[in-house]
Design a protein around this ligand. Structure first.
Ligand SMILES: [Zn+2]
Length: 173
């Protein structure tokens, strides 16, 4: 496979971990939900710049690949820790693979790495070896901003019925 057929697929943890597509000549893809998860200023500016430079393209995965990714996550027990955004990211990698290109997932999320392994999708991490994750997930209501535990599985807020979203946040050591 030609090196130029490699396509890097980014999750939010890659961007917040310091991965900067603007410093590469590579092609990158993200799913639209990554915009909702990347909230911190620096990562947001880098992402917007990369999108306007056409180094990052935004794409929805096919529903067929979403099914395959979701079945794989269930079979390994990773579906408990993977969000629907994670499943969409894996599905997008499968779509790229089905187009005979070479997807490489860039993520610091261990559950996502596990699921990628199961699906035969290569991945790389951003953080240095031996360094623990530098991010954590925060769940919150988009309407009243109430925060929820990361493993909270309801889709709507118990207070106001607003949508619950997830965002990635830098870990303070
Ligand atoms: Zn609420």
């Amino acid at each position: 496979m030609d090196e130029k057929d490699e396509i890097y697929i980014l999750d939010s943890s890659a961007l917040i971990g310091g991965y900067n597509p603007n410093l590469t000549n590579a092609q990158h893809l993200i799913v639209p939900e990554v915009f909702e998860e990347v909230i911190d200023n620096r990562s947001r500016i880098i992402l917007n710049l990369a999108v306007s430079n056409n180094l990052v393209k935004v794409r929805e995965p096919t529903s067929a690949s979403i099914r395959v990714a979701s079945d794989a996550a269930k079979s390994t027990g990773d579906d408990f820790t993977l969000s629907s955004v994670d499943i969409h990211i894996l599905a997008l990698a499968l779509d790229v693979k089905n187009e005979n290109k070479n997807p490489i997932l860039v993520t610091d999320d261990y559950s996502l790495q596990n699921a990628a392994k199961t699906l035969g999708i290569p991945f790389k991490t951003v953080i240095r070896e031996g360094v623990k994750q530098r991010f954590h997930w925060v769940k919150y209501c988009v309407s009243c901003k109430k925060q929820y535990p990361t493993l909270y599985s309801e889709k709507v807020c118990e207070i106001c019925g607003g949508d619950i979203k997830r965002r990635v946040s830098k870990k303070v050591n």
